[in-house]
Design a protein around this ligand. Sequence first.
Ligand SMILES: [Zn+2]
Length: 493
Amino acid sequence: MRTSSTPGFIVALSTILLFAGCAINPVTGSRNFTLMSEADEMNKGRQAAAEIQKKYDNYDLPALQNYVNTVGQKLAKKSHRPQLEYHFTVVDSPQVNAFALPGGYIYVTRGILAYLNSEAELAAVLGHEIGHVTARHSVRQYSAATAANAAATVGGLVAGIFMPQLGGQLAQGFQSLLGFTGSALLSGYGRSHELEADRLGAEYLARSGYDPQAMIKVIGVLKNQELFDIEVAKQEGREPRRYHGIFATHPDNDTRLQEVVSEANQYIEPAGTDDRRAEFLRQTDGMVFGDAVNQGVVRGSTFRHKEMGFMLSFPPDWRVRNKPDEVVATSPDGDALMALSLFDTPRGSPADFARERFRLESSDQILSMTNNGLPVAVVTSTTQNGEPFKAGVIYHDSKAYLLAGKSDSPAAFDRYRAVISNAIESFRALTDAERESIKPLEIRTITARKGLSYTELARNSPLGVNAENYLRLLNGQYPEGEPVPGQKIKIVK
Ligand SMILES: [Zn+2]
């Protein structure tokens, strides 16, 4: 949950005069139908980068920014468009993501860095995104879209490996409860462009002193994320996150991908390759993992927000997820859901707010009270679809917090009434000392001793019920690996 509401990402560009014509594709040397000159491409990239900057903070660790930029620039110099001015940025987001804008703006989240295990894998992510830029994929897609449809969006310019909910509608809480998908999922590039980016990325890896096979490894990392998320989604009773269609098969079984990556072996320099694993682990040691403190932190089933100065507790066995626009908790069986959302400068009392928000009839029951020193209104009613729900509106520090819970059947709702009330009542302001004590989780590197297992590490981990699998994913050993004695591994502290 972010401190204040920001506009959604998809911003319609004002009408742009575009030149129709053909341009030489820098990669293939052949002519592509594009509506955009290189100068236009740069402008679009700059505009889109400004939008990204509004939505995401840069990760505030200059040494790591420097390191990622150095690796990126090394690859870019070996690319088909070495003359472009490339920008490589680590975004302060726990999501696993990497994306490119036209003209050479490339972003990786600290979320994706956490799951990589060598500099070669980082280079593979960056090389793939550079491939999208050099092959002008976004420009080609943009031109196709513009030719078909005058209303182009900046969203159409983004080439992501994995792009969940970038268009998330903020401050529209209750969306999960009402079953809206809400966010506009940006579509990927399709198989042929992805494969081309993999091929180009593999070439840039080889020319820069890395083994092109790192490309296959990284796609495996993303595929494992997807497989793991299918498991977790089942536990949480939600749809799994969808990656691009490119991961339909595991990279190890994808012969076309194997082929294009192996072709890059011809570009390996005489000096050979080095994955620079130790250097990558050194650079990412101490990096924040999961939610940043200014986004609120989840520990077990408790959510705390340092800046906004409050906490609340969900039932201990519920799964809690902190999303940009809301905090969502799911019951162990996935048959009940609670969501906390935030509204700035509410008018009137909590009861007035609830009445307006839920369009309540005069017959609906609203209970006004003071709880933990804060004004609260509690409502029990039904949604427009006829589903029963219970919601609390809490005023704190001139903001309204809405915590609403519902179940998938009236019988289940009756079972959960009490726990929804308990969660509403647990909302309270933090003391100054409590605020100060909130720290983010960090990636730490340790040397595995003999006999150390992920089961043992999971027992002392703050990562919750799925700690063992998270630790395997972080170390590239999902689903069955174990630490190798004497080798460095990552844990979360
Ligand atoms: Zn891609």
